[in-house]
Design a protein around this ligand. Sequence first.
Ligand code: VGL
Ligand code: ZN
Length: 195
Amino acid sequence: MADTALLIVDVQNDFCPGGALPVPEGDRVVPVLNRAIERFAQSGAPIIASRDWHPEKSTHFATYGGQWPVHCVQNTPGAQFHPDLRLPANTIVVSKGMGEHEDAYSAFDARTDDGSSLEDLLRSQGIRRLVVGGLATDYCVRASVLSALEQGFEVLVLRDAVRGVDVQPGDSEKALTEMQSRGAKLVALDEVSLN
Ligand code: VGL
Ligand code: ZN
């Protein structure tokens, strides 16, 4: 059984150029992630996609006292995965940030439609290693990687498959260094061996 899963973090229209909270070059992660998806699918390893899935009213948004423009509102086009991302039909989708007072940057705060947490899901499938890519390096990727490490998972970050918002210049670089110092490895897809 595969002990490694692919975790694709928040590759949604609102985080890509033209979206409500665009990450510069956010769409550039898509082709790299499509290659990763192919590899994982071929070896029968699980593919998990997290999505930011906010209610219309949320203290996460600047209009209600938070930090961000309105983005990834449930069931809107901006919350859809990028149209070029080739997620297989058996992708496990986990949603986060559904509470009205919830930022939920980490995919470990996300749940499936039937209420399983990401951690339960990974443990029940015998996953001990995560390969991670997506958006944004300095928010949801960072938070997800740090939670995974805290929970004892081995983490490989696909360095060509992440992009950050850089609210302050250098935030993404800082986040990558922090992830590495806590034990994550930054790798290219070709360096990842499955099985
Ligand atoms: C994210 C800011 C606000 C992310 C989500 O997915 O990195 N960033 N909500
Ligand atoms: Zn959000």
